[in-house]
Ligand binder design. Structure first.
Ligand SMILES: [Zn+2]
Length: 413
């Protein structure tokens, strides 16, 4: 076996032939290559062309490092004459058209960035951190370019903060396939309108059957305006959150009114109050029941909260409706101001709340995806720009498996 063949086999080169190789300095290993079968293929149609000239300057491509050596591919591309496309530069099979790195390198970069910080990935790949994020952005943009959302039937909308100082991004999820399909800056109506107006076609909007979001007017209004066939379901967890906030409001009010001794009795009640009955320990239930004699108002609020849990168990819409009407009456009778406010919110979004019973749709999948996104965010210690954050979201929980878009024969690590 000749030296060239050993290098080709060792580095698992496919679709190219090694012509020569040499070492430069302490870190660089340069391999002079040509495309397989002498190349000269048209990048548009793949047909063989006739060589017009060899470019005077060689081009360089960075490959994945091997044993501490930075591997470079070098090749002088040739200009060829294609019968259909005329004068073109020959196709480079191992890299994208204007790329300075090989497909293999891109694949390694994408795979590394999915599981580790960009800083660590940059170290492994022997490139500066800033170069890596530029490259990552360019690669992901190229792969996602021209991608259309397909088969979106169940849609979820939620917001997430990506930097300090109330910077929010709106995420749109496909809840059937549990992935993120779109990211936009801000959490206002304008943001979500961009998604409906620019990303989805009229046909796609009509195809949406279910939509799940929190109680923000921006999201609800946009869904109602753009998706004629969608049933809006309010997210269960956001409703529970609002109810918990109301109970907490009652507790705080009582805390303010209470004197020293009474305050002592109220201490340590906050957490058990929040807990749903299914995860509450017996001891917590006892302390809460003791409130019956200690503080009637908190006790009543807690009772109402516990009763409301039953709503999520109903299967028949008519039964659920009967229940919620009764519950609202008793909440209003409690004369607790925060609870009355909650009832008002329920009334406002009555259809959205009841729609849960028929669909059993929640944003739980979206919350799960948000958890992954938060891990990515914390791992990177936050993102300065939304672009960088969007890249990572699409790479980890996006609707396209981005590394899988690199041609299979280049997926060696
Ligand atoms: Zn051609």
């Amino acid at each position: 076996m000749t030296g060239n063949r050993v290098v080709a086999k060792l580095l698992r080169f496919k679709g190219l032939r090694v012509v020569d190789f040499w070492f430069e300095g302490l870190h660089n290993f340069v391999v002079l290559v040509t495309p397989h079968k002498n190349g000269c293929q048209c990048p548009e149609c793949g047909r063989r062309g006739t060589i017009i000239r060899v470019m005077p300057e060689p081009r360089w491509w960075r490959d994945i490092p091997v044993c501490g050596w930075t591997v470079w591919l070098q090749h002088c591309p040739r200009e060829i004459w294609c019968p259909t496309h005329g004068r073109v530069v020959e196709d480079i099979p191992w890299a994208g058209r204007f790329a300075r790195v090989t497909y293999r390198f891109e694949y390694a970069m994408l795979k590394y960035c999915q599981i580790m910080t960009q800083k660590a990935a940059a170290q492994l790949l022997h490139i500066p951190r800033s170069t890596l994020s530029d490259l990552l952005h360019r690669t992901i943009t190229r792969i996602r370019d021209g991608h259309r959302i397909r088969g979106l039937k169940t849609l979820g909308v939620d917001e997430i903060s990506y930097a300090k100082g109330h910077k929010y991004a709106t995420l749109v999820y496909d809840l059937d396939r549990s992935c993120v399909v779109w990211v936009g800056q801000g959490k206002k109506r304008e943001t979500i309108d961009v998604f409906f107006n620019q990303v989805l076609s009229d046909y796609q909007k009509k195809q949406i059957r279910w939509a799940c979001c929190d109680m923000s007017d921006a999201f609800m209004g946009a869904i109602k305006a753009h998706c004629p066939n969608a049933t809006l379901v309010l997210d269960r967890f956001h409703i529970v959150k609002a109810l918990n906030a109301a109970v907490d409001e009652v507790r705080k009010e009582q805390w303010r009114l209470a004197g020293g001794e009474q305050r002592q009795a109220l201490k340590g009640r906050r957490r058990p109050l929040y807990r749903p009955s299914s995860t509450r320990s017996r001891k917590d239930t006892c302390t809460l029941k003791a409130l019956d004699k200690g503080n009637r108002r908190i006790y009543r609020a807690w009772q109402l909260k516990d009763e409301f849990e039953q709503f999520w168990e109903y299967k028949a819409p008519w039964a659920a409706e009967r229940f919620i009407r009764q519950w609202m009456t008793s909440a209003l009778r409690s004369r607790l101001e925060p609870m009355r406010k909650f009832v008002n919110t329920l009334r406002q979004h009555y259809d959205g709340v009841l729609a849960f019973v028929g669909s059993r749709l929640t944003n739980a999948i979206a919350e799960g995806l948000n958890r992954i996104i938060k891990i990515v965010k914390n791992r990177a210690s936050g993102f300065r720009t939304l672009d960088a954050f969007t890249d990572m979201i699409f790479l980890t929980v996006g609707d396209v498996d981005i590394p899988a878009r690199i041609p299979a024969r280049f997926r060696t690590l």
